[in-house]
Design a protein around this ligand. Structure first.
Ligand code: TRP
Ligand code: SF4
Length: 329
């Protein structure tokens, strides 16, 4: 069975965009692959080195959400990066063979360095993609489900693997391929991409009341439609984009027909949307809260996952040290 692997930053509340874009896909892939999903708390340190108290609760929240969404910890290995110290060793060894110019040319590097609110001027942040390469190659992953923004990191991972093979005359690592999800991007309440940074999200822990409030009071609709008697245009309306993602086909059809002839008002349209989103989110929310209310159960799953991941990581590190002719006492 081929291996799939991905990493998620523990950065607090997960939203609908994360659910549709990543989490549901991860859960599906556990059927076809041997899956490794890791919570990358060391990567989070690149921007949170001064707010480390936030990382622990964020790890719990990510784990609680993945399990609630159907991740089966018996089949998929759910674990915490920092609990498998071998990642740090491989990161160090890779950092010796990676030319500085390779990491300096990562397109997101300079951009993030300049635009982020966090102080990213550290040595560790420059090495972020090298740590990611270690995460991936240590499990000999074949497939890596990620967003488009990660494609360059994947390319760099393959290059580091090739360089390792060339330098030490070995063939340890398969070439990992990105798996891009086919789902359309979920917009935010304001029409931009849904993102924690923009504060425009519907979160998986939002209650039905919060969802109703966000949909009816905060979501942008067709701005040209001012009064209820004005005809609207669903094609330029953010609410309709949401309907297409979360409502059943009858509702989508109804809105498409009624909105342009002012047969439905925006408030009712948004209320219908809130119902559809709630139907999807509420069962998940209850499971997330239940998981968070049982930290012992949650921690046991993470500990077990980390133990299993470590076995694979240790086996790879033995091969790596041998290939590099490093002492192995
Ligand atoms: N950089 C990834 C992101 O921000 C997170 C990540 C860390 C990752 N290690 C990984 C993703 C390994 C895939 C595989 O989304
Ligand atoms: Fe948008 Fe719905 Fe209002 Fe039409 S009725 S403009 S689709 S919110």
């Amino acid at each position: 069975m081929q291996r799939v692997l991905s990493g998620v930053q523990p950065s607090g509340s997960l939203h609908l965009g994360n659910l549709v874009g990543a989490i549901e896909n991860f859960v599906k892939l556990q059927d076809q692959y041997q899956a490794f999903y890791m919570i990358v708390d060391w990567h989070a340190l690149t921007s949170k080195f001064d707010k480390t108290a936030e990382i622990g609760p964020a790890i719990q929240e990510v784990a609680a959400t993945f399990l609630a969404a159907g991740l089966d910890p018996e089949r998929a290995t759910l674990f915490i990066q920092s609990q498998v110290k071998e990642h740090a060793e491989l990161h160090l060894l890779f950092s010796m063979i990676t030319p500085l110019s390779w990491v300096e040319r990562v397109p997101t590097y300079k951009e993030k360095l300049q635009n982020s609110e966090a102080d990213l001027g550290s040595y560790g942040f420059l090495g972020y993609p090298i740590l990611q390469a270690a995460d991936i190659l240590i499990y000999k992953a074949h497939k890596v489900p990620v967003g488009e923004d990660q494609l360059f990191h994947l390319e760099l991972t393959r290059e580091i693997g090739r360089r390792f093979h060339f330098l030490y005359d070995t063939e340890i690592f398969p070439e990992p391929q990105a798996v891009l999800t086919q789902v359309p991007k979920v917009p935010g309440l304001d029409g931009r991409k849904m993102s924690k940074t923009y504060d425009n999200g519907i979160y998986l822990r939002d209650t039905p009341d919060q969802i109703l409030h966000k949909c009816t009071r905060q979501m942008l609709s067709d701005t040209a439609r001012v009064r209820k008697l004005d005809p609207g245009n669903p094609d330029v309306c953010n609410v309709f984009t949401f309907h297409k993602l979360f409502s059943d086909s009858d509702t989508v059809k109804m809105v498409q027909e009624e909105c342009p002839r002012a047969g439905i008002g925006c408030f009712d349209c948004k209320k219908k949307l809130a119902e559809a989103i709630t139907a999807r989110v509420e069962p998940l929310r209850q499971k997330i809260e239940d998981n968070l209310a049982h930290p012992d159960r949650l921690n046991a799953i993470l500990r077990d996952g980390s133990d299993r991941a470590r076995i694979t990581a240790k086996a790879t590190m033995d091969q790596v040290r041998e290939a590099m002719k490093l002492p192995n006492y």
